[in-house]
Design a protein around this ligand. Structure first.
Ligand code: ATP
Ligand code: MG
Length: 478
């Protein structure tokens, strides 16, 4: 396959300008006006040019916004292509999540070409260009930092990249990318793919391979492990030889990634319709324990049972919602993953004489606080996690006077969904979840009947209350 494809491609040695698909025209502004650009001499990489007959893409595969951005940059005299996930996904027959453009225009130059561009990012400076309703990410070719004094790129003592703003050429840029399948450059104008690292073959052989020395690339940025695992699961690819073991050995590096960045990565991983498979792979490679140490420690076999366990049910439910195009919220995921930890912590506190409700509140704050040391869970998310957890007790107790208020609670739906999953996992009676399902479907008079029946009928899920409970319920105002 590889040889066959290689035959179809022809190799071209790149020299300055030799491959630019358009001759440099009038630049939008003189380079001298740009603040301290760091440009490096061109490397001597060879690109295979993949012809349309081989890759099967056409300009129409690309979103109108991305096409406009690429052609406008090219008409302004810059080199510009599509790169990364969009090329990869199109070649694999998938719909790209977004279209990323890369160019030799510096961020300030991009801003001059597009009035509606916004520069963002410190660690990795790039431009967001708005075209109609689309926002296209435009980044400048990066080069490997080779000077320690260069403060546009900063490595820490572990070789970790703290800033990555040394600009370079396409031949240098390709070596800064993580995986070969993410390093294909597509020029819609000439309908050509530039492949420097064998990414096209790897796509056809459905193989994930890091560019360069994998250990060094993981040291530079451990998030690349999460990305590799994400693409493996999402695209059903295989790791090249040795990668699985290498990731397992290096999982601990995730401890050094800023917690806010991990939060973003976790959502990218878990909110795209393959959360359950990804969870299993993360656990298999020891990465889940690095991301959610307390959750991993407290999961029981029952939680993890493939069909019935609560964690699996939460992840499956998330996947189904994504596949059905329904919204998913981060809080629901965290509520599910950390539920066992919070229950155990609550029990521990109740064992020390704390009443049930304050024990839950304290446990929630303690567990989220501890897990946030690894993955920072923003307050806007954690506050909803608390609400989902707190509402569980209220849904279980079904106090007649509170039912209508509960049904109108902003978090009722999320808490109810969680209760249904808990009932499927055997944590609460199915009749309880069924009762809440029915009451939502009924008219107000029918709801009154159901509530009235609670006072007399056996349907009510009577729970033994700890002695301090009546006190604390009045505190809740329920
Ligand atoms: P998707 O957008 O589907 O999540 P993607 O590969 O496009 O996947 P982006 O985060 O949009 O991911 O990044 C665009 C490209 O930038 C990648 O394809 C890759 O070439 C490069 N890239 C992104 N993150 C890294 C990283 N941490 N290390 C090296 N290269 C990266
Ligand atoms: Mg992308």
């Amino acid at each position: 396959m590889r040889i066959d494809l290689m035959r179809a491609c022809f190799l071209v040695t790149l020299r300055k300008g030799a491959l630019s698909h358009r001759p440099p025209l009038n630049k939008a502004s003189p380079k001298s006006a740009v603040k301290n650009p760091v440009r490096h001499p061109r490397g001597h990489l060879q690109a295979a040019l993949i012809a349309p007959s081989r890759h099967g893409l056409s300009e129409k595969s690309i979103s109108p916004g991305a096409r406009t951005v690429v052609s406008t940059l090219q008409q302004s005299g810059y080199q510009a292509e599509l790169v990364g996930g969009c090329v990869r996904d199109l070649l694999l027959g998938q719909r790209p999540k977004d279209f990323d453009v890369v160019t030799d225009a510096l961020p300030d130059e991009v801003r001059r070409v597009f009035r509606r561009a916004r520069l963002i990012g410190r660690r990795f400076r790039l431009a967001h260009v708005r075209v109609g309703r689309e926002v296209i990410e435009v980044s400048t070719y990066r080069a490997k930092p080779d000077s320690e004094e260069n403060d546009d790129s900063v490595l820490n003592e572990h070789g970790r990249i703290l800033r990555d703003n040394v600009f370079g050429t396409r031949e240098e840029d390709v070596l800064r990318r993580d995986l070969t399948v993410n390093a294909l450059y597509y020029d819609p104008g000439s309908n050509t793919i530039f492949d420097y690292v064998g990414g096209f073959d790897d796509i056809h052989e459905r193989r994930l391979r890091f560019i360069g020395d994998p250990q060094e690339r993981l040291n530079e940025d451990p998030v690349r492990m999460l990305r590799a695992v994400r693409f493996k699961t999402k695209l059903n690819l295989a790791f090249a030889k040795g990668i699985e073991g290498l990731i397992a050995q290096n999982a601990y590096l995730l401890r050094h990634v800023p917690p806010a960045r991990l939060f973003d990565e976790v959502l990218k991983m878990f909110h795209h319709g393959y959360a359950l498979n990804l969870f299993n792979l993360l656990r298999h490679l020891g990465m889940f324990a690095e991301l959610f140490p307390e959750a991993e420690r407290t999961f029981t076999d029952t939680d993890l049972a493939p069909d019935t366990g609560l964690v699996c049910r939460v992840l499956k439910n998330t996947d189904q919602r994504v596949q059905q195009g329904k919204p998913v919220i981060a809080a629901f995921l965290f509520a599910g993953l950390l539920w066992r930890a919070v229950c155990l912590e609550r029990e521990r506190r109740m064992g020390h004489g704390v009443a049930s409700y304050p024990a839950l509140q304290q446990a929630a704050v303690a567990v989220i606080g501890r897990e946030s040391q690894r993955i920072s869970i923003p307050r806007r998310v954690s506050s909803i996690v608390y609400e989902i957890w707190e509402l569980q007790g209220r849904l279980e107790s079904r106090r007649p006077r509170t039912i209508h208020r509960l049904l109108e609670n902003k978090r009722f739906r999320a808490a109810y969904d969680f209760l249904v999953l808990r009932s499927g996992a055997g944590e609460v009676p199915e009749s309880l979840a069924e009762w809440w399902t029915q009451i939502q479907e009924h008219s107000v008079p029918q709801q009154q009947e159901m509530i009235k029946a609670l006072n007399s009928g056996p349907a009510r899920n009577k729970r033994r209350r700890p002695r301090k409970r009546s006190n604390e319920q009045s505190k809740q105002g329920t």
